[in-house]
Ligand binder design. Structure first.
Ligand code: PEP
Ligand code: MN
Length: 251
């Protein structure tokens, strides 16, 4: 649990799209005090033929951001091959997405691929509302000697999730802390809300439950984003949101 008003914060675009988008977004975020940048390189899209990410090509942009701005960078890994190239490129942290956490075989493969790399690994809840799968994903990483694990609640796919894109299940926070009291618990309001208008209320609820931080999507030009356009905020929009929430970023 954090000192009041100070929270952990990870922010960045849903997807890395091109060098200028990445640099502009990262500079804007650095300006408002963000030190950890997220960006998806390999995007698990529901429909075939939609933008599936730039892949390895984006790693050089992440390196440029590390060098120019001194930010830590993270991306989603869904296959052992992603871990291999991300680690070779010196990516600082990785996250495991909801469509991967849901599959114990994939979790096993990823956990083994991550063995021996001393980096923070963040795990989103699985798409389905099954806390056991989430706990099991943590256990599989622990079994592979991953020491620094953090979890992210991004809501669940349910038949009736309205008004959310993915329905939050706030009760899982206590359940999680009971099992893993020392694992930082973050909230991803972007994938819960699915639209900018709902972000503030989701964040307020999460903060009222004393989450350790927020994991949030931010894009220099959300209207032009190739994925998750409706839920992304500009860096200035994010600064305003933090102001409304009366919180500042833990440095
Ligand atoms: C993302 O963070 O952009 C993402 C794909 O998230 P999730 O796994 O929560 O759908
Ligand atoms: Mn996204």
């Amino acid at each position: 649990m954090k000192e009041q008003n100070k929270i952990g914060l990870v922010a960045g675009p849903c997807s890395a799209e091109n060098r200028m988008q990445m640099l502009e977004t990262a500079r804007g975020l650095k300006n408002i005090g963000v030190n950890i940048l997220r960006a998806g390189l390999w995007k698990p899209r529901s429909r075939y033929g939609t933008f599936e990410g730039v892949g390895e090509r984006g790693l050089v942009w992440l390196n440029e951001i590390q060098q120019e701005l001194g930010m830590k960078v993270m991306t989603e890994v869904a296959l052992p091959a992603h871990v291999e190239v991300a680690m070779k490129a010196g990516v600082d942290m990785v996250w495991i997405g909801a469509r991967t956490t849901v599959n114990p075989f994939m979790m096993h493969e990823l956990a083994e691929a991550l063995r021996g790399f001393n980096i923070p690994v963040w795990i989103k809840n699985p798409v389905s509302p099954d806390i056991e799968l989430w706990l099991g994903a943590v256990e599989r990483l622990q079994h592979s000697d991953v020491q620094d694990i953090r979890v992210i609640h991004r809501g669940f796919c349910t038949i009736d999730s309205a008004p959310y894109r993915n329905a939050p299940l706030w009760e899982c926070l206590d359940g999680f802390r009971a099992h893993f009291p020392n694992i930082p618990f973050y909230c991803d309001p972007s994938h819960i809300a699915g639209k900018r208008e709902l972000l503030a209320s989701v964040c307020k609820k999460a903060l009222s439950l004393h989450v350790d931080g927020l994991f949030i999507e931010s894009h220099c030009c959300p209207q032009k984003a190739l994925s998750d356009s409706a839920q992304q905020l500009t860096p200035d929009g994010l600064a305003e949101l933090l102001h409304t929430l009366n919180v500042s970023i833990e440095q």
